[in-house]
Ligand binder design. Sequence first.
Ligand SMILES: Cc1cc2nc3c(=O)[nH]c(=O)nc-3n(C[C@H](O)[C@H](O)[C@H](O)COP(=O)(O)OP(=O)(O)OC[C@H]3O[C@@H](n4cnc5c(N)ncnc54)[C@H](O)[C@@H]3O)c2cc1C
Length: 446
Amino acid sequence: MAWTVVVAGGGFGGYFAARTLERALPPAAARIVLVNDVNFLLFTPLLPGAAAGTLEPRHVVVPLREELDRTDLRLGRVLGADPERRQLRLATIDGREESIGYDHLIVALGSVSRTLPIPGLSEHAVGFKTLAEAIALRNRVIANLETAETLEDPDARAAYLTHVVVGAGYAGLEGAAELQDFMADVIERYPRCRQQGMRWLLVEARDRVMPEVSPSLAAFATRELTGRGIEIRTNTTVDEVTDRAVRLSTGELVPCRTLVWTAGVKPHPVITRLGLPLDDGGRIRADATMRVAGFENVWAIGDAAAVPDPARPGQPSPPTAQHAMRQGKLVGRNVAAALGAGGRVKPFKFKTLGVFVDMGRYEAVAETVGIRWRGFPAWWLARSYHLLLMPGVSRKLRLVVDWTADLLFPRDTSELGTLGHPAPLGDERLLATSAGGTQAETEARS
Ligand SMILES: Cc1cc2nc3c(=O)[nH]c(=O)nc-3n(C[C@H](O)[C@H](O)[C@H](O)COP(=O)(O)OP(=O)(O)OC[C@H]3O[C@@H](n4cnc5c(N)ncnc54)[C@H](O)[C@@H]3O)c2cc1C
């Protein structure tokens, strides 16, 4: 009888787990099922490039069917699990609920943006964790320029030209750097906006940016961003957000129309419905072999799991793609070993190879195995490293083509917010008094 191994979540952890299982388990011995809510892996380190338009959105994802040979991909949303009965519950994309039985389950459901109870935050802030959010941000920046260009009142215009990014970890810092760079390039085509100038603020609750790198590299990044005109506010939090302004803990009221929220992540909320033990941080409690405490046949990896960090005894592994990917590969081998397909179950061992923070414009900071890099060498290393990690030759080539095109041609300012959301057929909308549809028009009306 063939075993069934179910992988819940097809991001960095889940994809590498499924790929390793395909290689480690003989086809006749096991059926591998991967459940994911989209049919691609989002390559998050390249998300800032997609937001800035340097990379095509389709080039920062990896279609799972292209890269997995014999995994049964089930598109659907995990709803919960019953580990006693060995069942995973999911909602299929056509709205049905079904259960999948498993012999072994690997949970790799990742994380979501961590929000705080700040008045107006959930209504007015945009996250920076998904492809939809990255593209929405790019469209928002363009729409803001389009609206600002039409406004007579300089104060009203300034609010559209001000962007506040909260959280100076690598997502916030890279996002702010790339988007500001994009806006700095395209503002030339908006005469009024160019004359008025734009404003970017990076707000961080801690006393410095990028806790992931050493203080000297963080200081370099701070100097680079400040030199570009990005205002960095450390030891500062956000107290209130409205559709027209952000109030900071310093008491300053910043008139602005766009707040980007990148202040940390928390485990995906669905993991509270899997019947598995959680640690104080809400991640699934797993041992060093990634087995979930109290369950022989359930494993947890990536951002959703508290796998002990070999580099920092007593601490869970940090939520990074590097950790998720390596845990995915090892958990695949461990499950195969548990099913008797060779080898033995081993503990997770990994020392971070380095951190790369790409700030666009040939600037980056990096720390690799004790060596610190900055400026152009760091930028080149960051791009090479991401290229190396991207699965598939054709995917790698697409990135090289995009990066080369970005060096040769000016930026594109098309605002494609309606992409994938066509207006319903009929005359009614065509005769409406407002044009509707684009962010600029909707904002201008409000
Ligand atoms: C902008 C940004 C930049 C980053 N840059 C870096 C970097 O440079 N280096 C680095 O190491 N890390 C980086 N990270 C962190 C990295 O993306 C995560 O640590 C990594 O993705 C975690 O992998 P995972 O497999 O646990 O989760 P994910 O990769 O998030 O995968 C989870 C998967 O589960 C799916 N899913 C979620 N809920 C459900 C559900 N209910 N049902 C079915 N499927 C579901 C998701 O769609 C996703 O495919 C970055 C993150 C962001 C947001």
